[in-house]
Design a protein around this ligand. Structure first.
Ligand SMILES: [Zn+2]
Length: 304
Protein backbone atom coordinates (compact mmCIF):
# COMPACT_ATOMS: atom_id res chain seq x y z
CA UNK A 1 0.00 0.00 0.00
CA UNK A 2 2.73 2.41 0.99
CA UNK A 3 4.59 1.72 -2.25
CA UNK A 4 1.50 2.37 -4.36
CA UNK A 5 0.88 5.67 -2.55
CA UNK A 6 4.51 6.60 -3.13
CA UNK A 7 4.33 5.77 -6.86
CA UNK A 8 1.11 7.75 -7.24
CA UNK A 9 2.44 10.84 -5.48
CA UNK A 10 5.61 10.71 -7.57
CA UNK A 11 3.55 10.25 -10.76
CA UNK A 12 1.35 13.29 -10.10
CA UNK A 13 4.20 15.40 -8.76
CA UNK A 14 2.98 15.67 -5.14
CA UNK A 15 5.56 15.99 -2.35
CA UNK A 16 6.39 12.55 -0.92
CA UNK A 17 5.48 12.32 2.76
CA UNK A 18 7.50 9.72 4.63
CA UNK A 19 5.26 7.43 6.68
CA UNK A 20 5.87 7.82 10.43
CA UNK A 21 8.08 5.08 11.88
CA UNK A 22 6.21 2.10 13.28
CA UNK A 23 7.22 1.24 16.81
CA UNK A 24 6.28 -2.02 18.50
CA UNK A 25 6.84 -2.50 22.22
CA UNK A 26 6.45 -5.64 24.31
CA UNK A 27 4.58 -3.86 27.12
CA UNK A 28 2.15 -0.96 27.52
CA UNK A 29 4.56 0.86 29.82
CA UNK A 30 7.11 1.08 27.03
CA UNK A 31 4.39 2.10 24.54
CA UNK A 32 3.32 4.87 26.93
CA UNK A 33 6.90 6.17 27.09
CA UNK A 34 7.20 6.01 23.29
CA UNK A 35 4.00 8.10 23.08
CA UNK A 36 5.46 10.67 25.50
CA UNK A 37 8.58 11.12 23.37
CA UNK A 38 7.33 10.26 19.87
CA UNK A 39 4.11 12.30 19.93
CA UNK A 40 2.38 12.31 16.56
CA UNK A 41 5.59 11.60 14.64
CA UNK A 42 5.42 7.86 15.33
CA UNK A 43 2.84 5.10 15.56
CA UNK A 44 3.19 2.70 18.47
CA UNK A 45 1.54 -0.50 19.60
CA UNK A 46 2.23 -2.88 22.47
CA UNK A 47 2.11 -6.65 22.06
CA UNK A 48 1.15 -7.39 25.69
CA UNK A 49 -1.87 -5.70 27.26
CA UNK A 50 -1.48 -3.83 30.54
CA UNK A 51 -3.69 -6.28 32.43
CA UNK A 52 -1.65 -9.33 31.34
CA UNK A 53 1.21 -10.95 33.22
CA UNK A 54 4.15 -9.87 31.02
CA UNK A 55 6.04 -13.09 31.79
CA UNK A 56 3.34 -15.17 30.12
CA UNK A 57 1.89 -13.63 26.98
CA UNK A 58 0.12 -15.88 24.52
CA UNK A 59 1.92 -15.47 21.18
CA UNK A 60 -0.48 -14.71 18.33
CA UNK A 61 0.13 -14.85 14.56
CA UNK A 62 -0.84 -11.15 14.40
CA UNK A 63 2.24 -10.37 16.55
CA UNK A 64 4.48 -11.73 13.76
CA UNK A 65 2.86 -9.39 11.24
CA UNK A 66 3.24 -6.39 13.55
CA UNK A 67 6.91 -7.26 14.13
CA UNK A 68 7.44 -7.78 10.40
CA UNK A 69 6.30 -4.21 9.70
CA UNK A 70 8.10 -2.52 12.60
CA UNK A 71 10.88 0.04 12.27
CA UNK A 72 11.72 -0.09 15.97
CA UNK A 73 11.14 -2.73 18.65
CA UNK A 74 11.44 -1.76 22.32
CA UNK A 75 11.69 -4.56 24.89
CA UNK A 76 11.96 -4.71 28.69
CA UNK A 77 14.77 -7.28 28.50
CA UNK A 78 16.32 -9.01 31.55
CA UNK A 79 14.56 -12.22 30.40
CA UNK A 80 11.06 -10.83 31.06
CA UNK A 81 9.89 -11.77 27.54
CA UNK A 82 12.07 -14.87 27.18
CA UNK A 83 9.06 -17.21 27.30
CA UNK A 84 7.32 -15.74 24.28
CA UNK A 85 9.23 -13.14 22.25
CA UNK A 86 12.31 -14.86 20.74
CA UNK A 87 10.46 -17.21 18.32
CA UNK A 88 8.17 -14.35 17.19
CA UNK A 89 11.18 -12.17 16.50
CA UNK A 90 12.79 -14.89 14.37
CA UNK A 91 9.55 -15.55 12.49
CA UNK A 92 9.08 -11.83 11.78
CA UNK A 93 11.99 -12.04 9.29
CA UNK A 94 12.56 -8.34 9.92
CA UNK A 95 16.32 -7.66 9.94
CA UNK A 96 15.78 -4.09 11.19
CA UNK A 97 14.60 -5.14 14.65
CA UNK A 98 16.74 -8.19 15.42
CA UNK A 99 18.87 -8.17 18.59
CA UNK A 100 21.84 -5.87 17.97
CA UNK A 101 20.24 -4.02 15.04
CA UNK A 102 19.65 -0.22 15.23
CA UNK A 103 15.90 -0.90 15.37
CA UNK A 104 16.15 -3.03 18.53
CA UNK A 105 16.11 -1.24 21.87
CA UNK A 106 16.56 -3.11 25.14
CA UNK A 107 15.15 -0.55 27.59
CA UNK A 108 16.99 -2.11 30.54
CA UNK A 109 20.38 -0.79 29.42
CA UNK A 110 21.36 2.06 31.69
CA UNK A 111 18.55 1.73 34.25
CA UNK A 112 18.92 0.73 37.90
CA UNK A 113 18.45 -3.04 38.11
CA UNK A 114 17.85 -4.71 41.48
CA UNK A 115 18.22 -8.31 42.68
CA UNK A 116 21.04 -9.30 40.32
CA UNK A 117 21.82 -12.79 41.64
CA UNK A 118 25.30 -13.62 42.81
CA UNK A 119 26.57 -17.17 42.63
CA UNK A 120 25.05 -20.07 40.79
CA UNK A 121 21.39 -20.15 39.77
CA UNK A 122 19.59 -23.47 40.07
CA UNK A 123 16.11 -24.71 39.16
CA UNK A 124 15.39 -24.98 42.89
CA UNK A 125 15.42 -21.18 43.14
CA UNK A 126 12.26 -20.93 41.00
CA UNK A 127 11.93 -18.60 38.04
CA UNK A 128 14.81 -16.34 39.05
CA UNK A 129 15.90 -13.85 36.41
CA UNK A 130 19.66 -14.35 36.01
CA UNK A 131 20.26 -10.74 34.95
CA UNK A 132 18.25 -9.15 37.73
CA UNK A 133 14.68 -8.12 38.44
CA UNK A 134 12.93 -7.08 35.20
CA UNK A 135 10.17 -5.00 36.86
CA UNK A 136 12.44 -1.93 36.86
CA UNK A 137 10.00 0.41 35.05
CA UNK A 138 8.18 0.84 38.38
CA UNK A 139 10.80 3.35 39.51
CA UNK A 140 10.06 6.75 37.92
CA UNK A 141 13.79 7.53 37.81
CA UNK A 142 14.15 4.48 35.56
CA UNK A 143 11.17 5.67 33.48
CA UNK A 144 13.08 8.87 32.76
CA UNK A 145 16.16 6.90 31.64
CA UNK A 146 14.01 4.67 29.40
CA UNK A 147 12.35 7.73 27.83
CA UNK A 148 15.76 9.22 27.06
CA UNK A 149 16.91 5.97 25.43
CA UNK A 150 13.68 5.92 23.40
CA UNK A 151 14.32 9.50 22.22
CA UNK A 152 17.77 8.46 20.99
CA UNK A 153 16.41 5.33 19.27
CA UNK A 154 13.62 7.30 17.55
CA UNK A 155 16.20 9.81 16.32
CA UNK A 156 18.14 6.89 14.79
CA UNK A 157 15.14 5.67 12.80
CA UNK A 158 13.79 9.15 12.04
CA UNK A 159 16.77 11.59 12.11
CA UNK A 160 14.81 14.57 10.75
CA UNK A 161 12.62 14.61 13.86
CA UNK A 162 15.46 14.56 16.40
CA UNK A 163 14.72 18.07 17.73
CA UNK A 164 11.03 17.22 18.12
CA UNK A 165 11.83 14.07 20.14
CA UNK A 166 14.34 15.97 22.30
CA UNK A 167 11.79 18.68 23.06
CA UNK A 168 9.10 16.08 23.91
CA UNK A 169 11.56 14.27 26.18
CA UNK A 170 12.41 17.54 27.99
CA UNK A 171 8.71 18.22 28.53
CA UNK A 172 8.13 14.69 29.89
CA UNK A 173 11.15 15.03 32.16
CA UNK A 174 9.69 18.26 33.65
CA UNK A 175 6.25 16.75 34.23
CA UNK A 176 7.71 13.59 35.74
CA UNK A 177 9.97 15.59 38.07
CA UNK A 178 6.97 17.62 39.33
CA UNK A 179 4.95 14.42 39.84
CA UNK A 180 7.81 12.76 41.73
CA UNK A 181 7.85 15.63 44.24
CA UNK A 182 4.12 15.15 44.75
CA UNK A 183 4.44 11.35 45.22
CA UNK A 184 7.38 11.66 47.62
CA UNK A 185 5.44 14.15 49.76
CA UNK A 186 2.30 12.03 50.12
CA UNK A 187 4.26 8.82 50.74
CA UNK A 188 6.62 10.39 53.31
CA UNK A 189 4.44 9.65 56.40
CA UNK A 190 4.50 5.92 55.58
CA UNK A 191 8.25 5.54 55.14
CA UNK A 192 9.45 2.16 56.40
CA UNK A 193 5.99 0.53 56.38
CA UNK A 194 6.41 -3.23 56.07
CA UNK A 195 4.44 -4.98 53.33
CA UNK A 196 4.16 -8.35 51.62
CA UNK A 197 3.84 -8.64 47.85
CA UNK A 198 2.55 -11.54 45.76
CA UNK A 199 5.30 -11.70 43.10
CA UNK A 200 8.62 -9.85 43.12
CA UNK A 201 7.14 -7.13 40.91
CA UNK A 202 7.70 -4.20 43.24
CA UNK A 203 11.32 -3.94 44.45
CA UNK A 204 12.03 -0.77 42.46
CA UNK A 205 8.67 0.74 43.40
CA UNK A 206 8.94 -0.04 47.11
CA UNK A 207 12.54 1.13 47.29
CA UNK A 208 11.66 4.42 45.63
CA UNK A 209 8.62 5.06 47.81
CA UNK A 210 10.09 3.89 51.11
CA UNK A 211 8.19 0.64 51.74
CA UNK A 212 9.90 -2.43 53.18
CA UNK A 213 8.99 -5.80 51.59
CA UNK A 214 9.37 -8.56 54.20
CA UNK A 215 8.00 -11.50 52.21
CA UNK A 216 6.15 -12.85 49.18
CA UNK A 217 2.96 -14.85 48.70
CA UNK A 218 4.85 -16.89 46.09
CA UNK A 219 7.27 -19.26 47.83
CA UNK A 220 9.71 -18.65 44.97
CA UNK A 221 9.38 -16.38 41.90
CA UNK A 222 6.85 -17.86 39.47
CA UNK A 223 5.89 -20.70 41.86
CA UNK A 224 2.24 -20.69 43.08
CA UNK A 225 1.51 -20.39 46.82
CA UNK A 226 2.02 -23.54 48.92
CA UNK A 227 0.35 -24.26 52.29
CA UNK A 228 3.64 -24.57 54.19
CA UNK A 229 5.01 -21.29 52.83
CA UNK A 230 1.69 -19.54 53.53
CA UNK A 231 1.76 -20.69 57.18
CA UNK A 232 5.32 -19.40 57.59
CA UNK A 233 4.42 -16.11 55.95
CA UNK A 234 1.41 -15.59 58.25
CA UNK A 235 3.61 -16.25 61.30
CA UNK A 236 6.23 -13.78 60.06
CA UNK A 237 3.61 -11.11 59.31
CA UNK A 238 2.15 -11.53 62.81
CA UNK A 239 5.62 -11.34 64.37
CA UNK A 240 6.46 -8.12 62.50
CA UNK A 241 2.90 -6.73 62.62
CA UNK A 242 2.57 -6.49 58.83
CA UNK A 243 -0.94 -5.67 57.58
CA UNK A 244 -0.69 -4.98 53.87
CA UNK A 245 -0.43 -7.44 50.97
CA UNK A 246 0.14 -5.99 47.49
CA UNK A 247 -1.15 -8.14 44.63
CA UNK A 248 -0.86 -7.84 40.85
CA UNK A 249 -4.22 -7.94 38.99
CA UNK A 250 -3.56 -11.28 37.25
CA UNK A 251 -3.13 -13.40 40.39
CA UNK A 252 -5.81 -15.34 42.26
CA UNK A 253 -6.88 -13.44 45.37
CA UNK A 254 -7.83 -16.53 47.38
CA UNK A 255 -4.51 -17.07 49.20
CA UNK A 256 -3.76 -13.35 49.75
CA UNK A 257 -7.24 -12.85 51.19
CA UNK A 258 -6.96 -15.81 53.54
CA UNK A 259 -3.58 -14.46 54.73
CA UNK A 260 -5.12 -11.01 55.27
CA UNK A 261 -7.93 -12.56 57.35
CA UNK A 262 -5.39 -14.38 59.52
CA UNK A 263 -3.31 -11.27 60.23
CA UNK A 264 -6.20 -8.79 60.38
CA UNK A 265 -4.77 -7.03 57.34
CA UNK A 266 -5.76 -5.94 53.89
CA UNK A 267 -5.17 -6.99 50.28
CA UNK A 268 -4.51 -4.19 47.83
CA UNK A 269 -4.50 -4.83 44.09
CA UNK A 270 -2.03 -2.40 42.53
CA UNK A 271 -1.50 -2.25 38.80
CA UNK A 272 2.09 -2.81 37.64
CA UNK A 273 1.44 -1.59 34.09
CA UNK A 274 -0.08 1.23 32.11
CA UNK A 275 -3.47 0.09 30.83
CA UNK A 276 -3.94 -2.40 33.70
CA UNK A 277 -6.88 -0.23 34.76
CA UNK A 278 -8.40 2.58 32.75
CA UNK A 279 -7.23 5.26 35.23
CA UNK A 280 -3.60 4.27 34.53
CA UNK A 281 -3.68 5.51 30.96
CA UNK A 282 -0.13 6.86 30.80
CA UNK A 283 3.15 6.57 32.69
CA UNK A 284 2.52 9.37 35.20
CA UNK A 285 -1.10 8.26 35.69
CA UNK A 286 0.15 4.74 36.52
CA UNK A 287 1.99 6.09 39.58
CA UNK A 288 -0.81 8.52 40.44
CA UNK A 289 -3.21 5.57 40.55
CA UNK A 290 -0.97 3.31 42.66
CA UNK A 291 0.24 6.05 45.02
CA UNK A 292 -3.36 7.23 45.62
CA UNK A 293 -4.55 3.71 46.39
CA UNK A 294 -1.58 3.07 48.66
CA UNK A 295 -1.81 6.28 50.63
CA UNK A 296 -5.57 6.00 51.19
CA UNK A 297 -5.17 2.38 52.37
CA UNK A 298 -2.15 3.15 54.57
CA UNK A 299 -4.03 6.05 56.10
CA UNK A 300 -6.81 3.65 57.09
CA UNK A 301 -4.41 1.01 58.41
CA UNK A 302 -2.05 3.29 60.32
CA UNK A 303 -4.28 6.23 61.25
CA UNK A 304 -1.52 8.59 59.99
ZN1 LIG B 1 8.78 -11.15 37.54
Amino acid sequence: MRNIALLLSVAVGLPVMAAPPKVITTTEDLAALVREVGGDKVTVESLAKGYQDPHFVEPKPSFIIKLHDADLLVVIGRELEIGWLPPLLTQSRNAKIQVGSPGYLDASMGVRILEIPTGQITRAMGDVHPSGNPHYWLDPDNGRIIAKAIAAALARVSPNDRAYFDQRYADFDRRLTDAQKRWAAVMAPYKGTKVVTYHRSWPNFTERFGLDVIGYVEPKPGIPPSPSHTIQLIAEMKRQNVKLILVEPYFDLKTPESIAREVGGKVLVLTPSVGGVKEAGNYVALFDYNVNLLTSTLKQLTGK
